[in-house]
Design a protein around this ligand. Structure first.
Ligand SMILES: Cc1ncc(COP(=O)(O)O)c(C=O)c1O
Length: 226
């Protein structure tokens, strides 16, 4: 987990604005835009929030709304006032479009309610515990390297298996009903280039993953590692 507040402080120090990509944190961590002091945050509904695909949220600091022009303008975000002029709305709706998938939005709202009912802090603690347990299990397997860095680690567990391409690891695990994904260098170019990694296997155990399933996942990785 990156030190967002510290990065924001440095960015603000040179007059930059900060848009935080919270796609992998909202739903697994307690993300507080006020404490982090970010100017804007975007997040998807389909990952840790467990909402429908194609949904997401954008937060923009109130005082900044009037200064930001949305990339696309339609009759929801603006009023056509003269043949060659339009006026953008003053509020956050200037970032919205007229047409939207209402059912998906209702699903997103339900996912958020579900998370709030469980408690964001409880979910964060559960996810952190599962990820650490999986790292522990993977660490014990010869030929497996956990590649996560940092003092504060997230629910994403990245690893490689000596001599087996990450795509092949994913396929072999899927056969045992263990679902993981693969992150390639282009997903995180600076970090993976520096560490000479081409791809890593990525497991994201959420709160609903049981201890038995974590152990079964580690057994499956051990079988692949041979
Ligand atoms: C950090 C990060 N940002 C953005 C995205 C894009 O999410 P979406 O396609 O739901 O907008 C992803 C998804 O892979 C992601 O991991």
């Amino acid at each position: 987990v990156n030190p967002v507040y510290e990065a924001t402080r440095l960015a603000h120090g040179v007059g930059a604005l900060v848009l935080l990509d919270g796609c992998q944190s909202v739903g697994q961590l307690d993300v507080n835009v006020g404490e982090l002091d970010v100017d804007a945050l975007s997040a998807t509904g389909r990952k840790w929030l467990r909402g429908p695909r194609g949904t997401g949220v954008l937060y923009v600091r109130q005082a900044l709304i009037g200064e930001l022009e949305p990339p696309v303008v339609d009759l929801e975000s603006a009023t056509w006032t003269e043949p060659d002029r339009y006026r953008l709305r003053d509020d956050a709706r200037r970032f919205e479009l007229w047409e939207a998938d209402v059912a998906a939005r209702l699903g997103l709202a339900t996912a958020v309610d579900y998370l709030l009912d469980l408690g964001v802090e409880a979910v964060a603690a559960d996810v952190a515990a599962r990820a650490e347990r999986l790292r522990e299990l993977l660490h014990a397997i010869p030929g497996v390297a956990v590649t996560d860095l940092g003092r504060h680690r997230s629910g994403i567990v990245s690893f490689t298996v000596d001599g087996v391409a990450p795509d092949d690891v994913r396929t072999a695990l899927a056969r045992r009903r263990v679902i993981v994904s693969v992150s390639g260098r282009t997903s995180t170019l600076l970090d993976m280039s520096r560490r000479q990694l081409d791809a890593v296997v990525r497991a994201s155990p959420h709160y609903f993953v049981s201890d038995d399933q974590l152990e079964a996942a580690a057994d499956a990785v051990a079988a692949v590692a041979g």
